[in-house]
Design a protein around this ligand. Structure first.
Ligand code: WTA
Length: 651
């Protein structure tokens, strides 16, 4: 969002308190909760952890040796047991865990907790039979089908560590992740549905294993989703339905230490190599369940909750799989896109299942706005009572549209700020208390100490801006970067000292101390709420034989928040052409995945550089956004800037 549109609103100061009837029934309606949690955060989190089933109680809530935290030290629990068995024992086995909606409009499944439990136990036995045990890494590359949560929970049940790779990523990205985590087993599907077409997934897995440096993948389990032709490698590849056939449904949950690793999830940092974010068991489940219950005002007996993210991202891990299941919620899980077969698909789903809580992203809301109100107006959306957003700052206009056209001007909106690294919500309204301001994520969740500091680490005053930091450890924080603890220290805990977490986001406090997020302050781009580093995309471009040098920036985009602009110099005899532009875009999509495809490529004989040879990315961003450049005369090669500006105007 542009700083100026934020500025306007922020001076206007519209605030939306919860309707009285909502506040009266809310899980939290007393703002004393903030003070109580701030006074003794450990006691507050311990209280939240009591909602879970522990097989061994913890001895100590927090052990903090900056920058390493252990939460619920000595405690044991199993996450699959919390998500499944516990509900069965309490007589909730017949409750629907997922209403699964396939992309083809007539394909649906209703999965109860008892059914999910059985599938998970059977698949856990399949994994065991393949030699997977506690601490082993399993790569999962699946579309949004029920087998995905089943596979994750089966890993959790036996203590295996899953590494879910978003199925839109390329075979190279998969290969890098298989190598980094040293995964021995891969779970995939023959293909995925995408807007009426199928995309080969097994094919990408074969290529990924081929490209991987290690040759240790001994098993590939393949779900038959689309009936796509695949090559099954003898002795390595097996069909999901074959191995499940006859697998026993009896599989006791392995007691896990609170600090045992639950999963690794890769995310882009400022260098080309993605970071394997490590999440553990007890603290992660404590914070994700607490935030899910309180941020969304969840009533598991009556709500139908829908998080419309993909499980390949952290939002899906925490808020489609782990928190909703541990809280005994009934969720919708949807395989497809918002515009297939038509642009009212989301509203058709809300109407069909009487969805009461909807959690989506600003980029989706902006697309809905563009498509127009006729699509939501085709359906009855009155079941909706809480709306959430995540992924990037929400433009006030988009907030207002969501409020009016989806929330019927009554459903509170919770704008949740958090990251792959934080595991769960960190800054968010509480829907029964907060007087929400469109565009602000408002205040830290109870028990979280979020601050805005200047470059020296001093807290800024109300009305001022700076860097967002978290000043105390929190239960669902990342514990390290897989295989690279030094990078963990350097990235998050060195800028402002070893006990202050540097989030990488800029933020501003308004006159009342509410937090307004301003986007990344590093070289991480945010495309439709997905993180990509400029270096990652530059490396993919330079990997092409025609490219000598590349610089990439995220420029403002009305729909996707940011879009990728690439500036490329060519080698030797290669000439700029539309064909080459298309080829380079396709090349990036192949190396990383479609989300990384540049929106435009500028060919240039040279890149604007400082006299010391540093590429001026800020200038490139201004060029691609058509904004005023200010003084560019200190550059080593100012004429290049004029040429690029002209090219940008021509677009
Ligand atoms: C951005 C997604 C403003 C932010 C859960 C953060 C947001 C990055 C918001 C993390 C929000 C996420 N308001 N910005 N409500 N939510 N972000 O790891 O820049 O994919 O650092 O986690 O997204 O992205 P990630």
């Amino acid at each position: 969002m542009s700083e100026s549109s934020l500025e306007n609103l922020y001076h206007e100061g519209r605030a939306f308190p919860p309707p009285d009837a909502f506040a009266a029934q809310a899980n939290v309606s007393d703002d004393g909760v903030y003070e109580q949690a701030a006074k003794d955060p450990e006691a507050w989190w311990a209280q939240q952890a009591e909602h879970l089933r522990w097989t061994t109680p913890w001895e100590q809530v927090l052990e903090w040796n900056p920058p390493h935290a252990k939460w619920f030290v000595g405690g044991q629990l199993n996450i699959a047991d919390n998500c499944l068995d516990r509900h069965l024992e309490a007589g909730r086995g017949d409750r629907v865990a997922y209403y699964w909606e396939g992309e083809p409009a007539d394909e649906r499944r209703t999965i109860t907790y008892a059914e999910l439990h059985e599938e998970v136990c059977r698949f856990a036995n399949v994994l065991k039979a393949r030699g997977v045990g506690k601490g082993d890494r399993v790569a999962i590359y699946l579309p949004m089908i029920p087998e995905l949560p089943v596979a994750m929970l089966a890993c959790a049940r036996i203590g295996a560590i899953h590494s879910v790779v978003f199925a839109g990523f390329s075979s190279q990205a998969l290969a890098d992740r298989i190598d980094d985590a040293d995964a021995r087993l891969v779970i995939t599907a023959d293909g995925a549905n995408r807007r009426g077409n199928t995309i080969g997934l097994k094919e990408a897995v074969d290529a990924g294993i081929e490209r991987a440096e290690s040759d240790r993948v001994s098993t590939v389990i393949v779900v038959n989703r689309t009936g796509t032709d695949v090559d099954m490698v003898d002795g390595r590849d097996v069909w999901w339905h074959d191995v499940m056939d006859g697998a026993s449904a009896d599989c006791p949950a392995e007691p896990m230490d609170a600090e045992d690793v639950l999963y690794i999830l890769y995310t882009s940092g400022t260098t080309g190599k993605p970071k394997g974010i490590v999440h553990t068991t007890g603290g992660y489940l404590t914070q994700t369940t607490a935030t899910h219950r309180l941020t969304f005002d969840l009533k598991p007996e009556t709500d139908v909750y829908w998080c419309a993210a993909d499980i390949g991202w952290v939002t899906g891990h925490s808020y489609i799989v782990y928190a909703p299941l541990a809280n005994g919620a009934t969720s919708v899980m949807y395989e497809g896109t918002p515009d297939f077969p038509d642009k009212d698909r989301f509203w058709d789903i809300v109407d069909r299942y009487d969805v009461s809580i909807l959690y989506t992203a600003p980029t989706a809301i902006r697309a809905f706005m563009k498509w127009g109100t006729e699509y939501p107006e085709r359906h009855d959306l009155t079941s909706l009572r809480v709306l959430g957003t995540v992924g990037e700052p929400i433009n006030p206009e988009a907030w207002m549209w969501y409020h009016r056209h989806i929330g019927g001007e009554s459903a509170p909106i919770v704008d949740t700020w958090w990251q792959t690294e934080t595991g769960g919500h960190m800054i968010t309204p509480l829907p029964g208390i907060t007087h929400a301001r469109p565009g602000s994520a408002m205040t830290a969740f109870p028990g979280i100490d979020a601050r805005v500091v200047d470059i020296e680490g001093k807290e800024v005053g109300n009305g001022e801006g700076g860097y967002l930091v978290i000043a105390k450890p929190w239960p669902s924080m990342l514990r390290t970067i897989w295989g690279d603890d030094q990078r963990y220290r350097d990235t998050y805990w060195s800028r402002f000292g070893p006990d202050t977490y540097f989030a990488g986001d800029g933020a501003k406090l308004d006159e009342d101390g509410n937090i307004w997020l301003l986007g990344r302050v590093d070289d991480v781009m945010n495309i439709s709420g997905h993180r990509l580093s400029t270096t990652e995309v530059e490396s993919a471009l330079v990997d092409h034989p025609s490219v000598a040098e590349a610089a990439v920036v995220g420029r403002a985009d009305d729909l996707t928040g940011q879009a990728i602009s690439a500036f490329v110099t060519l080698r030797g005899t290669h000439e700029p052409s539309e064909d080459l532009e298309a080829e380079l875009k396709a090349h990036v999509a192949e190396v990383i995945g479609k989300i990384a495809r540049p929106a435009e490529i500028y060919f240039t004989p040279d890149l604007p550089k400082t006299r010391s040879g540093k590429i001026m990315r800020r200038l490139l961003k201004q060029i691609s956004e058509g904004s005023d450049l200010g003084d560019a005369t200190t550059l080593a090669n100012p004429d290049i800037v004029n040429a690029l500006q002209q090219a940008a105007r021509g677009r």
